[in-house]
Design a protein around this ligand. Sequence first.
Ligand code: PMP
Length: 454
Amino acid sequence: MLSNSLIELDRAHLVHPVASYRGHERAGVRVLASAKGAAVTDASGHRLVDGFAGLWCVNAGYGQESLIAAATRQLQELPYATGYFGLGSEPAIRLAAELAERAPGDLNHVYFTLGGSDAVDSTIRFIRYYWNARGEPQRDQFISIEQGYHGSSAVGAGLTALPVFHAGFGLPFAWQHKIPSHDVYRNPAGPDAAAIIAASLDALESKIAEVGGPERVAAFYAEPIQGSGGVLVPPPGWMKAMRERCRSHGILFVADEVITGFGRTGPLFACTDEDIVPDLMTTAKGLTSGYVPMGAVFLSDAVYDTIADGAGAAAVGHGQTYSAHPVSAAVGLAALRLYEGGLLENGVRAGARLMAGLRALADHPLVGHVRGRGMLAAIELVTDKERKTPLPAEAEPSRRIFDRAWDNGLVIRAFGNGVMGYAPPLCCTDDDIDAILERTARTLDQTLDDPDVR
Ligand code: PMP
């Protein structure tokens, strides 16, 4: 009963993110009621393994007492402090310092946001300010990658390269450019790592030339693994090659680690996997394990100092009421303790089990490609492996797969025309991973038996 009335209230009043509004009104909301560890339970008592950690954010898993205690303590002591007027709070200062200590290279300066979209937006503002301060205001062109996702803000969504975020919104802006993805499964350059890297470098060079040369380009954005585009993992060496090419042109390199940060691929930051130091880095999600909202922009010494010196005595006019929120910062500090107190290690172990189990499904007639790193993975379904034919769009395969997995007791993300995405909490036990794998196999078999999808 309760859930029926909630469905009505939701239909009438709650606008959902990235949803077909009419489709959602028809389908009705699924209300989540409680969660513990890697398991979530809906309002009807259906218990599922959360193979997607909410929205790839609950990296520590649900019900972590230390995170709850940190938030509670901070709410009691000081629920809010502004960073304006030269004020601050202890947890925010300590979190900035601890993050700077752990971030790659000289990313020593941290600006806190409310999430990933405003982190990306903040980088655009900082980068513009930086080039103006350097006396190079003509460096105002931004380049990102097809299938990339960099949030849903009014400006940053133009760096995102998924059509649904542009159509009807007047995006992208003329200064926001894209080069093709490094996608190893469907790359015109073929699957060879060296060929893909060469193709990406050529595409970057062509784009730079097209916009008027390196002296026009402000920054290049890359996710260490393209998340929302379908978990596209670049070949080893790709990030480093792109980073170095940007450096050689004086173009700022921004690593968007909103998904990959905080243990998703193994280490605290995926840039470590590739041994690179970006000029700016964005994070969110795992920073607070999704318990409370927070994102963070990391600035290198050079970027920060240029902005600071450029402003001189004037204020750098960028800020939000909830930047460096003390409750979020307290949770962030507690999350760091969990990650470093064994969760990262557990994630590596569980991730190896997950990847091995998914790879073992490669022989399934529907599985065209298995990819991932650590606790971030996807399998791409096709009707013809030779031709890599996607499942028929008119059958809405992703909706069917999501629903079927749900009924089987598994939350996944279903992208495009049949890509199953995984980002389980790092706390997963072997049993959790085995449940994810067993329910995935069952979902695949049921999809194979579905005449509309073949
Ligand atoms: N950048 C990346 C790489 C992301 O994956 C996301 C969110 N999925 C964002 C930015 C935007 O973050 P948020 O949804 O917290 O605004």
